[in-house]
Ligand binder design. Sequence first.
Ligand code: DX5
Ligand code: ZN
Length: 230
Amino acid sequence: MNRFPFPIEITPSILAADFTILGEEIKAVEEAGASGIHVDVMDGHFVPNISIGVPVVESLSKATRLPLHVHLMIERPGEFVQAFARAGAHRIFVHQEATPHLDRVVASIHEENCEAAVVLNPATPVSTLKEIMDRVEAVLVMTVNPGFGGQKFIPQMYGKIRELHELRSRYNYGFRIAVDGGVTLENAGELAAAGCDSLIAGTSIFHTTSPGAAVRQMRQFAIEATSQRV
Ligand code: DX5
Ligand code: ZN
């Protein structure tokens, strides 16, 4: 039985969108019922790539009514929480590996009235979040090494997803389980069955002929599979 009936979230990652027509891309997924827009922020230090920053989040907040989920792949994330929150972020994702002061950063996200999500790189165990998981809105399991879109899903991450699902069942934690990296129509069902409520996907949504249809299908596959949860 699914004891945590969070509605399934499908969150397109704009890293894979066509930036020359970003407004149209967002409109298409918004009309198809996307739950939010995932915005990847990279600084060229924490990850070996540079992407987008505060001004883009500010523009997006004017262009869509969807919640903006800002994934910080940057060093010193605590120093940027306020700027992203004030630019319009609704949920802020911070990597466990990016700060020795995770509790302080999570508190600062809440002070800005945003949802706090903590993120685990593929090699970081779930146990590193033991002391914080009772007060975050989401835990994100990276299913690729962060930095680039279009990478191959790492199947060993199913173990982490199941472990998180089991922990929240046992202790009644209220966090969502999110996955990011290599999420496709092929694995959406299995991910939801393992306990994921939040599917973040770039390539498999925007590199298709119809991003809207991809969102609808992914949601349907995930919802169908939640009945298989233990
Ligand atoms: C990777 C980013 C992801 C990325 C996912 O570092 O955090 O959000 O956009 O892209 P796909 O879905 O193409 O793997
Ligand atoms: Zn991301």
